[in-house]
Design a binder for this molecule. Structure first.
Ligand SMILES: [Zn+2]
Ligand SMILES: [Zn+2]
Length: 256
């Protein structure tokens, strides 16, 4: 099976003791590509070190809504320079709104999201959106200040109506561990309906470990469980489904 884990924080400190072995095991399990999203400026160097070391690891740069309160003009220029000049940087993210934790105040979250949408347009890269309990405001911002942006909705948790609109606007819908949880009936219905050429799969490692591994650290080798779940929902062969999402991942990140 050919897999693309389009969202994995493998630069996280929880992998410090066994990172090289973990990455090797993922490649052996069929994970061909991994994209490491940015969280803030401090996560960029460790993720680019991995992208420089491994051909099949790529990176995004950006400030997560949790960290928006610390976003500066200098960060904007730093991300812009990398987006334009580092060949492994293929997206701006993760960016967006998180109204569940509210680690940064909502006005600041919205301002920093809008600024990074402008950055993505300026460097002509896709965005990776983090949306937790903020569907309404995210959609309003994308419809207005986000004209001309496109990219990925990571760990999707919205409705089918919203997904339909996003697909029309040029977005890919990415599913993580929660689609495997038995209680996620609504989300399973959404995954079943999203067109095949717009679906991505991800682990969001080290978070969101899918069953049967819940409670343990997640890693990109678990991408196959997301593939198996959605392939079953769509009544498809899992190899065929995985191959399609793999091609989608290469297309959205411009990997030849
Ligand atoms: Zn996220
Ligand atoms: Zn993430």
């Amino acid at each position: 099976m050919k897999l693309f884990d389009t969202h994995a924080h493998i630069n996280d400190h929880r992998f410090d003791n066994d990172r090289a072995e973990m990455i090797q095991a993922c490649f052996e399990a069929g994970v061909e590509y991994i994209l490491i999203p940015g969280v803030d400026r401090s996560t960029v160097e460790p993720s680019l070190a991995l992208a420089n070391e491994y051909d099949r690891i790529y990176a995004a740069v950006g400030t997560h809504p949790h960290e928006s309160k610390d976003f500066t003009d200098d960060d904007y220029e730093y991300y812009k320079d990398l987006a334009l000049h580092h060949h492994k940087v293929r997206a701006i993210g993760e960016i967006g709104l998180d109204y569940y934790y509210d680690f940064s105040d909502r006005i600041t979250q919205r301002e920093v999201f809008v600024r990074q949408l402008a950055l993505a347009r300026e460097v002509d890269l896709p965005i990776i959106i983090h949306d937790r309990d903020a569907h309404g405001d995210i959609m309003d911002i994308l419809r207005n200040e986000g004209k001309g942006n496109w990219g990925i909705f990571h760990c999707y948790s919205g409705s089918w109506e919203m997904a339909k609109e996003l697909v029309k606007m040029g977005y890919y819908i990415s599913f993580a561990g929660p689609v495997v949880f038995p209680k996620s009936t609504k989300l399973k219905e959404v995954a079943q309906q999203v067109p095949l050429d717009r679906i991505l799969i991800e682990t969001d490692s080290p978070y969101l470990t899918p069953p049967p591994f819940r409670g343990r650290r997640n890693d990109p080798s678990k991408t196959q469980f997301i593939a198996e779940e959605i392939a079953a929902l769509k009544g498809m062969d899992v190899e065929e489904f995985a191959a399609q999402t793999y091609e989608n991942g290469k297309r959205v990140f411009g990997i030849q």
